[in-house]
Design a protein around this ligand. Structure first.
Ligand SMILES: [Zn+2]
Length: 842
């Protein structure tokens, strides 16, 4: 996501169809004072979940399905590994997925279940869920009490043996034991806070004393090594224990989880996130902010606030999510980082927690809530399968062209489903149990004098201290108005309604009379008076249809209507490349539901809110603008016969020179004259931009000498726009093959040719020739493999193909160690005879 939506471009044609609220009068001043000059609140508080009720809406539908699962799920099955871990009897059928008896993460879902039950009970009053949570806590307490008998330290509560922590501390490799412990502890805290279960507090304090005992003897350096393994929000839950008990000892324990390697650069505002596992970091930041809230130095707040700015400003997609393949990558790369594995849903679950806390302390910052709305409406509301009785969730929200919502293949089982009752238990199955239970937690906040309406969702809030009850009625986002009505009570206070950054021309009416003020986008509309039952404020927030370019490729764009990200709904099939959208053709068909049409790749396509696209392929990003012309038949020829400088000339006369970078050096004695030596550390050759842009036929040919066994996934060549779209030849794939691949939709959509690995320590000629749907791979002039079903061509990569390399990958793969000579690029398919000629000894 680009920072505060600054680069948007209005679609004039489509914008004209947006519903605009028409004002019929302006005599509202006698009844209300628009009072933005009134003291801005400097801190706000949440309402308890018991005070806010969801009314009929997709939020409530999702919550209802989630509650059905929480009621359904069998506690004995989720307790099975906890019991067997401490030698208590269990006849329950073990769970599958990441709760399987041999999976090192087992137990995490039971923690999420504790939280989900507590949150759902608090918000719905369903005592079945409260009682189920009580049973679960009591059974976990029995397991905890049995720990010493199983040889574990007092207080240990887990579904796996304590030896996992020996492995963690010894650095011998283990999945993420503190991550799992955090989920259990957080669930116990929620059980105590939201259901008043004293036993839950007792159990979590015993567990915390175990954490203290386990960590107190470790040196600072050893503990920092421990922190290199994902540990969830251990600092967060320990800060909570300080809040609950007032015992400052918990802050000391919490600070042991201060991960210097990640925190120190953030304290300086530096973005060193590239390459880090994303969701490992986000809970630490929630914890950092909590530590500041509990009285620790401002530095913790700075770290969390800087992280939020960096992630939302430079590492987020248009739907508000972050990460590709679960990692952060280079800042401001979006078009170049599309795949089916973008936007892990846990990340946004945690980002919303962080955003919410930041909002409490800086309620004037409307952009916090704008981000919250983006991620909530587009990603998390849409992570659940509306056709599943039990509200199953997906793991990622894929943003590759032609993505589909389903569990990733590494979760096994049936890939055509989201989650399952007992055979998935991914982290996102777990965070989903919580997300879908607590939609009510941020719709409203308040200080002593003001009620803040942060989000637009049908709901009702009882402000007990003020003795007043407000109801919000809205069809948002299908409707661009929301109506706030006092349904009981009487109180003098300010009503502050968020005017999102996307809403220009917002208006309000009080009891049917339009107010003269036109609040600016990204501010608060403030009304102050003595509110009485029956008072009604109607706020119109006109939505426009806009496109938002990606930061790394302005021709790659997403379409939004207000805060709603629209996706092309492609049904059973979708091309595995970005369709070229005719931006001027986007039309709103109906406002309820939000349905648009457009022309893309010369075909009619329906655009729907991404959160509502299920069980079909979709695309969020589009290619726009004019396609580039095809390359010349002989596009570039690097003989590498230079002996000095860093420029490799182009012998075709096209002027497409290349550059030797870092550890790349001239080699006098090449295959034909000179060559380029690559050091296997960082040496590579950067090819001219756009060498194959627009190509529907092409060939690449080169001599290569591998010095020893090549690094897995190192590259002989790799041309593309990033990891989204590229074509490459690797001497050693993860399957042990020589592989040619081309994709325009991330690694999951690669079309490939695999062959025997290349000989090493001698010159070998390699070539790939493509035309008419067939790619052929040649080694030493002879065909070694072909794929006759190739549909992706470089013309699908985008309007530019900026990253072309010899010896370097688009990914963070090893560099090539060896030498290359006589590198040729063609805008046509070479024949077998032509390749044989190139490979002939001279
Ligand atoms: Zn996850």
């Amino acid at each position: 996501m680009t920072p505060p939506l600054g680069r948007r471009q209005l679609l004039a044609a489509a914008g004209a169809t947006s519903a605009a609220f028409t004002l019929t009068g302006t005599d509202g001043t006698a009844h209300a004072a628009a009072d933005r000059a009134a003291a801005e609140p400097t801190a706000v508080r949440p309402f308890p979940l018991t005070a806010v009720t969801l009314l009929d809406s997709p939020f409530r539908d999702n919550q209802r399905r989630n509650s059905a699962y929480l009621r359904f799920v069998d506690l004995d099955r989720l307790l099975h590994t906890f019991r067997t871990n401490v030698r208590l009897p269990s006849t329950a059928q073990p769970c599958g997925g990441w709760e399987g008896p041999d999976v090192e993460l087992r137990g995490h879902s039971t923690g999420h279940l504790l939280s989900g039950l507590a949150l759902a009970y608090a918000n719905t009053g369903d005592t079945v869920l409260r009682d189920k949570g009580r049973t679960l806590v009591a059974e976990l307490a029995r397991c905890q009490a049995a720990s010493p008998g199983a040889g574990f330290r007092t207080g240990y509560l887990s579904a796996f043996p304590e030896s996992f922590f020996d492995r963690l501390e010894a650095g011998t490799g283990v999945w993420a034991p503190y991550y799992t412990i955090h989920k259990i502890m957080a669930g116990l805290v929620e059980q105590y806070r939201l259901t008043g279960n004293e036993q839950a507090l007792d159990v979590v304090l015993r567990q915390a004393r175990w954490v203290d005992a386990r960590t107190s003897g470790l040196s600072y350096e050893r503990m920092q090594q421990v922190l290199e393994t994902e540990f969830g929000g251990m600092n967060d839950v320990l800060a909570d224990l300080h809040a609950l008990t007032g015992n400052t000892a918990w802050l000391d324990v919490a600070e042991r989880f201060t991960h210097a390697q990640v925190f120190d650069p953030l304290a300086q505002g530096e973005d060193r996130l590239a390459g880090l596992h994303a969701n490992t970091q986000i809970p630490k930041m929630v914890g950092a902010l909590r530590l500041w809230e509990e009285g620790l130095p401002e530095r913790y707040r700075t770290i969390a606030a800087n992280f939020w700015k960096i992630v939302t400003g430079h590492h987020s997609y248009v739907i508000g999510g972050n990460s590709n393949g679960e990692a952060f990558h280079e800042p401001d790369v979006v078009a170049g980082q599309l795949s089916d594995n973008t936007c892990e849903n846990c990340n946004s679950y945690n980002m919303l927690k962080l955003t919410r806390l930041l909002h409490f302390h800086t309620p004037d910052r409307v952009e916090l809530l704008d981000f919250y709305e983006r991620a909530l409406l587009n990603q998390l509301l849409g992570e659940q399968d509306p056709d599943s009785e039990h509200g199953f969730n997906i793991y990622y929200t894929g943003l590759a062209p032609g993505s589909i919502k389903r569990q990733p293949s590494f979760m096994g089982a049936d890939p055509d489903v989201y989650s399952t009752d007992y055979d998935n238990f991914s982290c996102d199955h777990g965070t989903g149990m919580e997300t879908q239970a607590k939609f009510a937690d941020t719709i409203y906040t308040h200080d002593e004098h003001a009620l803040l309406v942060n989000l637009f969702a049908p709901s009702q809030v009882v402000w007990r201290e003020r003795g007043i009850t407000w109801r919000q009625t809205t069809g948002f986002p299908d409707r661009s108005t929301t109506t706030l009505t006092v349904i009981a009570g009487r109180s003098a206070h300010r009503l502050r309604v968020r005017v999102p950054s996307w809403a220009s021309g917002a208006r309000a009416a009080l009891n049917g009379r339009a107010l003269p003020d036109r609040p600016k986008p990204g501010t608060w509309l403030t009304l102050e008076r003595t509110w009485r039952a029956g008072d009604r404020v109607e706020v119109s927030l006109p939505m426009r249809t806009v496109v938002e370019p990606t930061p790394d490729d302005p021709d790659v764009q997403a379409v939004l209507h207000g805060p709603v990200v629209l996706a092309g709904a492609f049904g059973d099939r979708a091309d595995p490349w970005l369709s070229r959208l005719d931006v001027d053709s986007v039309r709103q068909e109906s406002s309820d539901p939000l349905r648009f049409t457009a022309r893309a790749d010369d075909t009619d396509v329906t655009l729907l809110p991404i959160a509502r696209v299920h069980h079909q392929h979709y695309s969020v990003y589009w290619l726009t603008g004019e396609p580039p012309p095809p390359p010349p038949e002989f596009a570039a020829w690097h003989r590498f016969d230079e002996t000095s400088g860093t420029t490799a000339s182009d012998a075709t006369g096209n002027g497409r020179t290349a550059q030797l970078v870092a550890g790349a050096a001239w080699l006098a004695d090449g295959r034909i004259g000179g060559a380029v030596a690559l050091d296997g550390v960082n040496g590579h050759v950067a090819l001219a931009e756009d060498l194959l842009a627009g190509a529907s036929a092409y060939s690449l040919a080169t001599w290569v000498r591998l010095d020893g066994r090549p690094g897995t996934w190192s590259r002989i060549f790799d041309l593309g726009t990033g990891v989204t779209a590229n074509l490459f030849l690797t001497p050693l794939s993860g399957d042990g093959t020589l592989r040619y691949a081309i994709t325009a939709g991330g690694a999951g959509a690669e079309q490939r040719i695999d062959a025997e690995p290349l000989p090493t320590d001698r010159w070998v000629h390699v070539a790939v020739a493509y035309g008419d749907g067939t790619a052929v791979l040649y080694v030493d002039g002879a065909e070694t493999g072909r794929n006759t079903a190739v549909t992706v061509e470089p013309r699908r990569f985008g309007n530019h193909v900026r990253a072309g390399y010899v010896g370097r990958s688009q990914y963070a793969d090893p560099y090539l160690k060896g030498a290359v000579d006589d590198f040729r690029v063609y805008g046509r398919a070479l024949s077998a005879a032509e390749v044989a000629t190139l490979a002939r000894p001279t």
